[in-house]
Design a protein around this ligand. Structure first.
Ligand code: ZN
Length: 468
């Protein structure tokens, strides 16, 4: 694995000495409930940005700025650029969080971080306030021990990731020079399992459409008219059942035509993962309910094939059930898309299919909703991936795995392409038990230490990086 340089060694001891402080700083950030969704107080995100900026200043970073841009939730930027001849690495994380959801599901208050069973619970502990600390703790470890970083660093902390980074591409266009870097490290992804460091090399995109079926001008008595009047709720259920087969495969003609097959390397890498165990652990799916797809296909189906979900389904309400035939039924249907599918084409194909398969006579309305592109590593042989894998192996004491991710991070594509196609390394410290976006979100505290150590190794090794 190679031994760390004396400087990295000093930084590692500095990191250890500052570990309790880093954890306290994480907790301080978690206590600020900066939710970027509509209907939440935008002022709290400004507080969260200032607290992040203060933290960066305390770590020894320079040119710390809270950047307000229109009424977009503020970004925080900082840098340390003292080596004209060495590469520059752009570090990304986000300071906004998801809403807490229903507090009834939480065992402790969402914005009051609590340590339990070796984990830190609280909204944002894993997604993504730990991402901020992973970068800054490594920076502080160097600056506080040897007074300099091994490489130039820029840090960008976004404030609207959880609502889809709608303004990020424009932000990057406006601040291209400020953000220019040789490579980028993002800490907003997951490890395949607790203690197993992972580099995410592909993300799925997503498209969705709303479908509404109408039959009558208003709901009517199911006793008087049932038996002769068609029911939109039944019709919508039948329609939705036509989009996938019993195994969950999408039946829209031609939908799989653009799907890029896995490379031989990916097949080999993924075949050694025990994905069934990870899926069951991560979702709570009981053993008596079989997974969709054969065991050998799980990686492909999770990361590199499209999957369809009905996100919401409504006809009447559960609170006010009456003996009536509903006049309309509505659903939002999404497809996670993969390389090389085209979001616009898939969205249209989904809408057209629903329209064409609708039982005759119903009025059907299709409304396109979100569309976000997939992402994949452009050049897997860029040396930054080898550097990252070795740094993670040193930090975790476990070989790094290259994995896919079935979720979407819409900003990765625009961010990297605006910056000239620089390579992006997607890391994270979430594990299958972190429950991000849901109740009882948590961070494994052992992995907290390990990602911080990895980042110290990473900054050290990046000094020798040259883009392929
Ligand atoms: Zn996130």
């Amino acid at each position: 694995m190679g031994t760390p340089t004396a400087e990295t060694q000093k930084a590692l001891s500095g990191l250890e000495a500052g570990m309790a402080w880093s954890l306290d700083e994480l907790k301080r950030l978690v206590r600020i409930p900066g939710v970027s969704f509509d209907g939440f107080d935008a002022g709290i995100l400004r507080d969260s940005a200032s607290a992040t900026a203060e933290h960066m200043y305390a770590c020894g970073l320079k040119n710390v700025e809270v950047i307000q841009f229109g009424d977009v939730h503020p970004y925080v930027f900082a840098e340390w650029m003292e080596h004209p001849d060495l590469p520059t690495v752009l570090l990304y994380a986000h300071h906004d969080v998801q809403p807490p959801g229903s507090e009834a599901g939480w065992l402790s208050k969402p914005f009051d971080p609590v340590e339990r069973n070796g984990r830190l619970f609280g909204r944002g502990t894993a997604d993504d306030k730990v991402g901020i600390i992973a970068h800054t703790a490594a920076v502080a470890a160097y600056l506080k021990t040897i007074g300099r970083l091994p490489v130039n660093v820029k840090i960008l902390i976004e404030g609207e990731e959880e609502t889809g980074s709608a303004h990020l591409a424009e932000f990057v266009r406006r601040h291209k020079e400020k953000l220019r870097a040789d490579c980028m490290i993002l800490t907003d992804c997951s490890n395949i399992d607790t203690g197993i460091p992972s580099i995410t090399t592909s993300l799925r995109g997503i498209v969705s459409v709303d479908v509404e079926l109408k039959a009558l001008p208003r709901p009517v008595h199911s006793g008087f008219w049932g038996g002769v009047v068609p029911d939109p709720a039944v019709a919508l259920s039948k329609l939705l059942s036509k989009v996938t087969d019993d195994d969950g495969r999408i039946l829209i003609p031609g939908i799989l035509d653009d799907v890029r097959p896995l490379s031989a390397g990916e097949i080999a890498e993924y075949s050694s993962l025990d994905l069934e165990r990870i899926v069951r652990a991560g979702t709570g799916l009981p053993d008596h309910l079989p997974l969709l797809g054969r065991p050998e296909d799980l990686a492909r189906r999770l990361w590199r094939e499209p999957s369809l979900s009905v996100l919401a389904l409504q006809s009447g309400t559960r609170q006010m059930v009456a003996n009536i035939i509903q006049h309309a039924a509505w659903a939002r249907v999404s497809i996670r898309i993969v390389p090389d599918m085209r979001p616009d084409r898939v969205q249209k194909a989904l809408g057209d299919f629903l329209k064409a398969q609708c039982p005759p006579g119903f009025e059907v309305e299709i409304t396109p909703d979100a569309a976000a592109d997939w992402w994949t590593v452009q050049n897997p042989s860029d040396p930054v991936y080898e550097i990252a894998a070795r740094a993670l192996e040193k930090g975790y004491g476990q070989k790094a795995r290259f994995i896919g991710c079935g979720a979407s991070i819409p900003f990765v594509q625009p961010l990297t392409s605006e910056l000239g196609g620089i390579p992006a390394v997607l890391l994270g410290v979430e594990d299958p038990y972190s429950n991000p976006h849901s109740d009882n979100e948590s961070l494994h505290l052992g992995d907290f230490r390990k990602i911080l150590q990895s980042q110290v190794h990473m900054l050290g090794a990046l000094a020798g990086y040259r883009r392929a």
